[in-house]
Design a binder for this molecule. Structure first.
Ligand SMILES: NC(=O)c1ccc[n+]([C@@H]2O[C@H](COP(=O)([O-])OP(=O)(O)OC[C@H]3O[C@@H](n4cnc5c(N)ncnc54)[C@H](OP(=O)(O)O)[C@@H]3O)[C@@H](O)[C@H]2O)c1
Length: 333
């Protein structure tokens, strides 16, 4: 690339089936000039999130990503020029930078992040993933000591933190993940009590064996068949924290929704509640303080999966949807 170029990855075409590399296109443009009130950001790390794919399907908690626009995505970025009194050159911020080298954005909604090492922790444990796990589990799942907590996409960025926080809170933790290697990692490295490989074919039975007394809290990252397998195994007065539905993002929706709704909700007096992490931002400082103390005391392990090079971002997202990642996946730009 030339020194004055801004590489951008566009969503060239909206996928109707599985996301493929040729749904994206890389272009080179000029580095934008910040206007009054704006800052120029040099993107350092792009966050890869399952939700990136959901945004291509239509409006969610944000507007849909449209064809021929820069692919949306959160980024950890450094201020390299400023026309905003709120930020100085060298400050680090997190915002929707999109998949590109540089972005000019209004300074008024940005918050300067603390300098910490490694910086990538601002995207993983102290970023959206950590906060989603923290608030989704503690505020929506409301686990009590001795509860059985089940989490799906358990080896992913949110799930791996959910399970560890549940252990810290004195729960029995069962993770659901794809493949034996991931399951072994959950129990041997992250301290989960049991792990179930949903690709092994006998999910319902395996879950029953891993949680023989039933499930108090199910942290649902995936929806679909896994939600359907968990529902009848919930204990009376159990809680289901609906965090996401990654099984539904990449391709045609399943022909039926999870069976057992709403009957099982009634009979078992379940609470099933969705949430979006931004609902809890007024309590972010408390969450960060707890997460920091657990990480520094060694009770919470941070797993990051860093891919090099902006040009590899489409493949990194496709791989995440296929389950390549362990922990928080991001691209170093
Ligand atoms: N509510 C909120 O505010 C909020 C905020 C952030 C994220 N989220 C949600 O949290 C969930 C996790 O997102 P993430 O970005 O952290 O991704 P992630 O868990 O790091 O990666 C996605 C994982 O999903 C699993 N997966 C893919 N297809 C699946 C399927 N059909 N069935 C079961 N598992 C499947 C894969 O692992 P396996 O190898 O185990 O299949 C993959 O590694 C998503 O649903 C996302 O939308 C919600």
């Amino acid at each position: 690339m030339s020194a004055n170029a801004n590489r951008q990855i566009l969503l060239a075409e909206k996928p109707t089936g599985k996301l493929m590399p040729d749904h994206f296109r890389m272009v080179e443009g000029a580095i934008p000039e910040p206007k009054d009130g704006e800052v120029l950001l040099r993107v350092r790390y792009i966050s890869l999130d399952a939700a990136n794919r959901a945004w291509m399907q239509g409006a969610t908690y944000r507007s849909a990503v449209e064809a021929n626009s820069v692919m949306a995505g959160g980024g950890l970025a450094e201020v390299v020029a400023t026309k905003s009194p709120r930020l100085a050159v060298g400050d680090i911020v997190f915002c929707d930078t999109g998949w590109q080298d540089y972005a000019a954005v209004p300074g008024k909604h940005l918050t300067k992040l603390p300098k910490l090492e490694p910086t990538t922790h601002l995207l993983s444990i102290y970023g959206v993933a950590g906060l989603t796990a923290y608030f989704g589990l503690l505020d929506i799942g409301k686990p009590k000591t001795g509860d059985t907590v089940v989490v799906s996409a358990a080896a992913g960025s949110v799930g791996s933190i959910v399970g560890q926080i549940a252990k810290i809170k004195g729960c029995r933790v069962v993770g659901i993940a794809g493949g034996k290697e991931k399951c072994d990692w959950l129990t041997s490295e992250l301290g989960f009590d049991a792990a179930v490989d949903y690709k092994d074919g006998a999910l319902f039975k395996a879950l029953k064996a891993a949680a023989p007394d039933g499930i108090d809290v199910y942290f649902d990252n995936v929806g679909g068949d896994i939600l359907e397998a968990c529902l009848p195994q919930m204990k009376n007065h159990g809680r289901i924290a609906c965090c996401g539905a990654v099984s539904q993002y990449d391709g045609a929706p399943s022909p039926h929704g999870p069976r057992g709704l709403p009957g099982l909700i009634v009979v078992k007096r379940l609470i099933m509640q969705g949430f979006i992490v931004t609902d809890f931002m007024d309590r972010r400082d408390q969450a960060i303080a707890d997460l920091l103390s657990w990480v520094s005391s060694g009770r919470l392990k941070v797993q990051e999966d860093i891919i090099d090079g902006l040009e590899n971002t489409p493949r990194a997202l496709i791989g995440l949807l296929a389950g390549e990642n362990r922990g928080k996946r991001m691209v170093k730009v």
